[in-house]
Design a protein around this ligand. Sequence first.
Ligand code: GLU
Length: 282
Amino acid sequence: MRKHTTAVALTAASALALSACGTAEPGDTGGDGGDGGGETITIGIKYDQPGLGLQKGADYVGFDVDVAKYVADKLGYGEDQIEFVEAISANRETMLQNGDVDMIFATYSITDERKEVVEFAGPYFVAGQDLLVAADDDSITGPEDLEGKNLCSVTGSTSAERIKDEYAEGVELVERPGYSECVSALASGAVDAVTTDDIILAGLAAAQEDPTAFKVVGNPFSEENYGVGLPQGSTEQCEEINAAITEMIDDGTWEELVATHTDGTGYTANEELNPPEPAACA
Ligand code: GLU
């Protein structure tokens, strides 16, 4: 990656170690951002979100993965120069701050709070927070029906925060590290509902052994603008990524990727909000 990114990522101690024994830092993996050269780029994704970021053997598949590959290609990195690593919701800011990753494509909503510690390119997609419930459960049609219910969400997500801030009073919020754990809790009856972005819930429901077991309520109650997480101070790179996102939308790739990765889930993107226009970089 760019030299300034590397410099920010290195602490004095690790810089010493680097010069002493020539070992690279985990985040010190990229090329020059122009042509990639022979170097690699480390990209954080989700591993357990079908349709978005999913580990399949040695492979990674999903919309976020393909958007990451498209953007990396525009920055000069071929597929074999990308190292994907898992970035669970709670670890994203820290991974960027520590230089463990060069960028993150992981259903990562742009928020003012996060912008205090990391930078975002994009958005490249807009989702909305919704609820996943058992297919035969008609008692929950929106967040106001959660009074007295057990609800699962993921630590470090906007979904858990919103429930805590706006609806927590009568809700028993159960937090798990990943959404697949939440779906297991729903399947076992330990919770009554799972909450996060509608596109994530649709992908999880469709990937179950019985894809008719759960349903997405279909009453979204937020706007989740998916951004590309970058270390603070990556303005130049943010601009390059925004240009790549615009190109991806203009050349038809975006639409194709959304269609491919939501196929069979019953999910349709909110057409008023999608495709979004990337915002100005900080
Ligand atoms: N988009 C939300 C967030 O960034 C929820 C999904 C997630 O946890 O990745 O927090």
